[in-house]
Ligand binder design. Structure first.
Ligand code: 1PR
Length: 483
């Protein structure tokens, strides 16, 4: 039985879904007595170091977790869960970590932070780590963090260069940590979870391992996915977007004349299989009709996807965000609520970590510049887009979703001047959105527009191109992509 530490902050549902996909039994561990019935333990984590340690202390789990690990029982920390294994973190310097691995976590000084997206993981030294058994020499995994263990950290098992270089996997005895999200890193990520759980074909060197069971990912598929000719650079993301209205996917032109574009869960699953790096769900009518985000839909999508997804539309407070996180969303995007109450951005970043918070900016041309709008582009807010982008960065946002309303749905190409101006105004990752007519448009907005990711809808919904086809074309244009 595998335990998943449940301390009200971790993204449990996605780890649960990964173990379900592998056919592995799991149980939540919310109190010390729960540890008696588990052989191995996964410590997930989303949010701030200090808040997570406070929750572990409130659950009475700090000492029992240390005893569990020091008894040589396998423990895997994921993302913030890996950082908690160390003595402390620069994120909350006064807070003591679990101190199972010597050293401290430091702030990641990358060109754009938070570091969000797919980057190459390079197991270091002789292939000593059973965690990577059966994986290619270098493989892409999904990251969403602002802190990391420095390259000289104790027990490094793999390094990643975004740049800078940091430790992406660590080991001390039978205590393991991975900075990336294996539960959101496709087939390769699932293989890592299977290795830790002792469910892979070869035994995991973490003590007696049960015979292989469950439908786990095939090694052949894992090698095929991981062994593609990646340049070893941090990949730019291709993100299909599902605008949702009345439980269906819809698509408009310049936010108007919405037409039906299918079932959201089927679309999301198909795009995942077609190589999407992330999926974006936007409830496009929520703010006008003041409806609550579609939780049930989020849970169904979360159970299907092996890559991360974000949810936006009508989100107005931290409680809604927490419900979406627990339902399986990896990140939320706020547009109208952010401009109505800018402090919500900081409160969300404080509660969940910046990497969880996307601010959606719906930009409308105004003279030589662009103006922020809200409520689906219906209300002009008299705020310059560049000023607003700089302000949301100061307020703690983790990423900007930049919707060019004038280009939306036209297939006439992204608004390159808008995208480049915003990308140069902030150090946040910027997702370009609106106007994609084909692969060349995505290449232009990623290269000339300096976007970190390109979001598109019409060309994918209408079958003009496949995501895999677009990514192969991007690679031909010299864009680093995960294939
Ligand atoms: O303001 O927090 O309630 O969030 C509402 C969210 O929904 C915002 O992110 C806003 O951009 C989005 N939205 C609101 N109304 C519409 C609409 O279409 N009527 N969708 C809408 C905006 C943007 C993408 C679109 C891309 C790519 N759509 O979803 O798919 O622009 O389009 P394309 O590739 O077809 O050109 P809040």
């Amino acid at each position: 039985m595998i335990g998943i530490v449940d301390y009200g902050a971790g993204n449990l549902r996605n780890v649960q879904a990964a173990l379900d996909r592998l056919g592995l039994p799991w149980a939540p561990v919310a109190a010390p007595r729960d540890l008696d019935r588990v052989e191995r333990l996964i410590l997930p984590g989303v949010g701030r170091f200090g808040a997570a340690m406070s929750r572990l202390r409130a659950s009475g789990l700090v000492a029992p977790l240390r005893d569990f690990a020091r008894a040589g029982r396998p423990l895997l920390g994921i993302c913030l869960g890996m950082q908690l294994l160390f003595e402390g973190s620069a994120e909350d310097p006064e807070v003591e970590g679990l101190a199972l691995i010597p050293g401290r976590v430091t702030r990641l000084l990358a060109e754009r932070t938070p570091h969000i997206g797919w980057a190459p993981v390079e197991p270091r030294g002789p292939r000593t780590s059973a965690l990577f058994h059966g994986l290619p020499e270098r493989f892409y995994a999904y990251f969403a963090h602002s802190y990391a263990a420095p390259p000289e950290a104790h027990g490094a098992q793999a390094l990643t260069t975004c740049p800078p270089t940091f430790v992406s996997a660590v080991r001390s005895g039978e205590t393991w940590g991975v900075q990336f999200h294996p539960e959101k890193s496709g087939a390769l990520g699932l293989l890592i979870v299977a290795n830790f759980a002792g469910a892979a074909a070869e035994p995991f060197r973490g003590g007696a391992s049960p015979a292989s069971r469950g439908p786990g990912p095939t090694r052949a598929r894992a090698r095929r996915v991981g062994a593609s000719r990646n340049e070893g650079l941090r990949a730019r993301r291709v993100i299909p977007c599902l605008d949702i209205k009345g439980g269906r996917v819809v698509k408009g032109v310049r936010f108007r004349d919405l037409r039906d574009a299918g079932d959201p869960v089927e679309r999301a699953r198909a795009y995942d299989r077609d190589g999407a790096d992330e999926v974006c769900l936007l409830d496009v009518s929520a703010s006008q009709e003041e409806r609550r985000p579609l939780l049930a839909l989020v849970e169904r999508v979360a159970d299907q996807l092996s890559v991360p997804f974000s949810v936006g539309g009508g989100i107005r407070d931290l409680e809604e965000m927490r419900r979406l996180l627990l339902a399986g969303a990896d990140r939320v995007s706020i547009g109208t609520a952010a401009i109505d109450d800018p402090g919500l951005i900081s409160r969300a970043a404080e509660a969940f970590g910046s990497q969880f918070v996307i601010v959606s900016i719906d930009a409308l041309r105004r003279g030589a510049g662009w103006e922020v709008t809200s409520h689906g582009g219906r209300e002009r807010r008299g705020v310059d887009v560049l000023d607003w982008a700089r302000r949301v960065e100061r307020l703690g946002a983790g990423e900007i979703l930049l919707n060019a309303i004038d280009a939306d749905g036209t297939r006439g190409g992204y608004d390159i001047p808008l995208t480049r101006s915003v990308a140069r105004a902030v150090r946040l990752p910027v997702i370009a959105s609106g106007g994609a007519g084909g692969a060349r448009d995505l290449a232009r907005v990623l290269l000339e527009g300096e976007a970190d990711a390109a979001l598109a809808a019409s060309i994918f919904h209408d079958g003009d191109v496949s995501i895999r086809g677009v990514k192969e074309a991007l690679r031909e244009e010299g864009v680093a992509v995960r294939l």
